[in-house]
Design a protein around this ligand. Sequence first.
Ligand SMILES: CC(C)(COP(=O)(O)OP(=O)(O)OC[C@H]1O[C@@H](n2cnc3c(N)ncnc32)[C@H](O)[C@@H]1OP(=O)(O)O)[C@@H](O)C(=O)NCCC(=O)NCCS
Length: 138
Amino acid sequence: MTAAHAADIAAIERATFAEPWSEKSIAALADDPKAIARVLVRDGKVAAYYSMYVVAGEGFVNNLAVAPDMRGRDVGSALMRDMMYAASLSGVTALTLEVRESNAVARALYEKFGFKSAGIRKNFYPDKENAVIYWLNI
Ligand SMILES: CC(C)(COP(=O)(O)OP(=O)(O)OC[C@H]1O[C@@H](n2cnc3c(N)ncnc32)[C@H](O)[C@@H]1OP(=O)(O)O)[C@@H](O)C(=O)NCCC(=O)NCCS
């Protein structure tokens, strides 16, 4: 991604998450040497994206989303494949993320790609929902 994609990503964040990342925080990912941030662009607009921070060979996934009108068409699965490829090219050997316990679609996606639940962070989100912690060795 480049900073030019930040406005599209921020729009998907606002349409999707209760605590969306700001356009400024998203744009900063483009120049952050610790970050891997990639987009899928369709007809000149961001259709999907993910980002992670890489620390000591581990990738901490920040966010991953598909534009609402593009969901259920294997785009999320394509993102996951790209994520594992890009991470392994950067020497990452394990990926981890947190997801809302009630987010059955995202949890099914992660489990489809081999992520294993490694526990719960109780009351993790501002509305007190629990987070499920996932890890994948790649
Ligand atoms: C989670 C998300 C990225 C999935 O993207 P997608 O393009 O819709 O996913 P795909 O079409 O590639 O489907 C991948 C898998 O997700 C699961 N899935 C997708 N749609 C689903 C649905 N409506 N119900 C249950 N599971 C579903 C299935 O396991 C599916 O695999 P399968 O087709 O082999 O059964 C997308 O729904 C999204 O952007 N959600 C909002 C953002 C979000 O929750 N991000 C994760 C935050 S941690």
